[in-house]
Ligand binder design. Structure first.
Ligand SMILES: [Zn+2]
Length: 417
């Protein structure tokens, strides 16, 4: 089956300048040709889609999301305020809406079990391609340790699909990685510092894990062909993460205080996933210590992005959504533009570079011959106003592997007159 997207403005995700009046030929699940030549002869059964006045982009990618999380307050966080089935279906709705909004791939940074991926692959529910981490591996007292502010371990029954990521001793690090991989993790999520929303006493520059433990973690993950995404905001823990050779630094708010780490990241190809969107929410948190931390880190965070980008570190977009609900994932693209990237660079962070961060650049992330046809058609020009990507009514078409996952083509045609 052939589909042809005809005469749209193409932003291909490689960082190249936009191309006017491009035609994309899709055969089955892949892109067969990308051309600007006028072509008018197609097989009879080809589906021709008029893309004039619209922008063709690779399907968008979020490298840090928590799709199965639905709030920061403790009862929501631990999933004890509603039946498990209700929660599962709530998550299924997030998956469906995220795909319809133009996100064809998402890396989940803990909370989503591998069963959702299987359900999407089997066609039981619509959703993006998933790269799942299941849980956060951290030491006792780290952000993966679920002990309430009153000191109690919570009542949540153990879920075999979301293994406990708390590591008790150096000897427990490698088994923890193996347990997570056994349960279906595609990537290993760990944490070497506290964060804005972590408990009092475990803030953004407070460390978790020692270098030998983190080295064992990255060794074991890489031995099992899994990348390591590490929550690390600043200070000693951030240093240990980079030295241990993780594959991406998540948040990295105080990288500006460690110029030599930025150099190391650039040299070793370690990605930076800053997740700006979440800190806007933390700055309005009902908890004073969370608000304070989020305000304190703001300027550093912006400076960290500027310096890392200038040094040649590749940036990947991630919202860290879930705790603060599920706003449009494209909010992060706007945050990256406000922070100093051009719209074209910010789009690359949510397409080509994001796919590289996931290690999937051979399959998707750019519009090129041979790649999977994960494409979106947007009404208008996101280079003029990147915020249009947050408006569902502007997403005219979402293709995942050449199949129409969502569309508003009739409305697009009507708008064009
Ligand atoms: Zn996160």
């Amino acid at each position: 089956m052939i589909k042809v997207l005809k005469g749209g403005r193409l932003i291909d995700g490689t960082g190249a300048a936009p191309v006017a009046s491009a035609t994309i030929v899709i055969r089955d699940e892949r892109v067969e040709a990308v051309t600007t030549r006028a072509m008018d002869e197609w097989p009879q059964d080809a589906q021709i889609i008029d893309a004039s006045g619209m922008t063709i982009l690779p399907g968008l990618i979020d490298c840090h999301d928590h799709m199965a999380m639905h709030g920061y307050d403790l009862a929501r966080r631990w999933g004890i305020d509603e039946p498990q089935s209700t929660r599962t279906l709530r998550t299924a709705k997030v998956l469906r809406d995220t795909l319809a909004a133009g996100y064809t791939a998402v890396r989940d940074a803990a909370g989503l079990d591998a069963g959702f991926k299987r359900a999407i692959d089997e066609g039981l529910i619509p959703g993006p391609r998933l790269v799942v981490s299941l849980c956060i591996i951290s030491p006792i007292g780290g952000i993966g340790d679920r002990v309430s502010p009153s000191g109690f371990s919570c009542c949540v029954p153990n879920d075999p699909l979301l293994p406990d990521g708390v590591v008790n001793s150096p000897a427990d690090v490698r088994p923890a990685v193996r347990r997570v991989v056994r349960a279906g993790a595609d990537v290993i999520k760990c944490a070497t510092t506290g964060g804005a929303s972590s408990r009092l006493g475990h803030g953004p520059r407070d460390g978790a894990f020692n270098l030998d433990e983190m080295q064992a973690l990255t060794d074991e993950a890489h031995a099992l062909d899994r990348r390591v995404m590490c929550h690390a905001l600043g200070g000693r823990g951030l240093r240990i993460a980079v030295e241990a050779g993780v594959d991406s630094i998540e948040h990295g708010c105080y990288l500006d205080e460690e110029p030599e780490l930025i150099e190391t990241m650039a040299r070793r190809g370690i990605f930076f996933v800053p997740t700006f969107a979440v800190y806007d929410f933390h700055r309005k948190s009902p908890l004073p210590h969370v608000r304070e931390r989020a305000h304190e880190l703001e300027e550093h965070h912006v400076e960290s992005l500027r310096r890392a980008f200038a040094a040649g570190v590749k940036i990947a977009a991630g919202t860290d959504a879930g705790g603060h609900g599920h706003p449009s994932n494209a909010l992060e693209i706007e945050c990256l533009v406000k922070t100093g990237l051009t719209p074209l660079q910010a789009l690359r962070a949510a397409t080509g570079w994001a796919a590289e961060c996931l290690g999937r650049e051979g399959e998707f992330g750019t519009v090129e011959k041979g790649k999977l046809a994960d494409l979106i058609l947007v009404m208008g020009d996101p280079l003029e106003d990147v915020a249009i990507l947050q408006k569902p009514e502007r997403i005219a078409l979402v293709l995942k592997g050449g199949e129409i996952a969502a569309h508003r083509l009739a409305q697009a045609a009507a708008a064009r007159g």
